[in-house]
Ligand binder design. Structure first.
Ligand SMILES: [Zn+2]
Ligand SMILES: [Zn+2]
Length: 221
């Protein structure tokens, strides 16, 4: 949830094409269409390098020889989910008690990559409720964090995908500390749309019964 790439245009009604390249109707993901995954900044010096080393060492000892595909749930225990502001630096992360999902996801991604797995940042639109949305809004406002990730009963959320055999992915929700069920595409907590952010262009990625392409929002239901 980093405002870096967010233009003010999202607040004014603009015409755009939907995922199929035609039509002008508003998509589920339209408020966040231009958002890029959140980033942790680096001071370019030893303070941040030490924080990264701490992350990798802690992950290795938590993993304790277990499967590399184990979700790094320890991150969620160490840092609860809550409001945060940007920029945030690596060395600053360690001083926090709570992190937002963007930072959680950035950390989990680094951990998966360091384990030697192929990981992608995942951007999600999830459905909750208007009541949940307004509760989060007031909590985030209180902490002077931005609230543009909340759109009534829908929210923008971040996680990360891990690639396994046959172009199949699993999607880790680092703020919840679980793998997201690809079959839940309606109702409270469901994932309505997903975008994988990847450096190389990939097609035919499978998440459950969904087919995904790199860097493109896909509506799931
Ligand atoms: Zn630093
Ligand atoms: Zn989130």
């Amino acid at each position: 949830m980093f405002l870096d790439a967010v233009s003010r245009e999202v607040e004014t009604p603009i015409e755009f094409t939907n995922g199929n390249g035609n039509g002008h109707q508003k998509s589920i993901f339209s408020p966040w269409k231009t958002w890029e995954p959140s980033r942790i900044s680096h001071h370019g010096s030893v303070c941040c390098e030490l924080a990264r080393e701490w992350l990798f060492n802690t992950d290795m000892s938590s993993l304790n020889g277990g499967s590399l595909f184990t979700g790094p749930r320890w991150l969620r225990h160490r840092f609860e989910w809550g409001p945060g502001t940007y920029p945030i630096h690596w060395c600053g992360v360690l001083k926090k008690r709570a992190l937002d999902c963007g930072v959680h996801a950035a950390l989990a991604h680094e951990v998966f990559v360091r384990r030697g797995l192929k990981s992608f940042r995942a951007q999600l639109v999830q459905e909750f409720s208007g009541a949940a949305g307004s509760q989060w809004r007031s909590n985030w406002e209180k902490n002077e964090a931005m609230t543009a990730w909340i759109d009534e009963d829908r929210i923008y959320h971040e996680g990360c995908a891990v690639l396994s055999a046959n172009k199949k992915i699993k999607v880790w929700d680092p703020s919840a500390g679980w793998w997201i069920d690809a079959r839940t595409t309606s109702g409270y907590g469901s994932v309505l749309a997903l975008r994988l952010s990847t450096r190389e262009q990939l097609a035919g990625i499978r998440w459950g019964s969904h087919e995904l392409r790199s860097n493109e929002w896909i509506t799931l239901s």
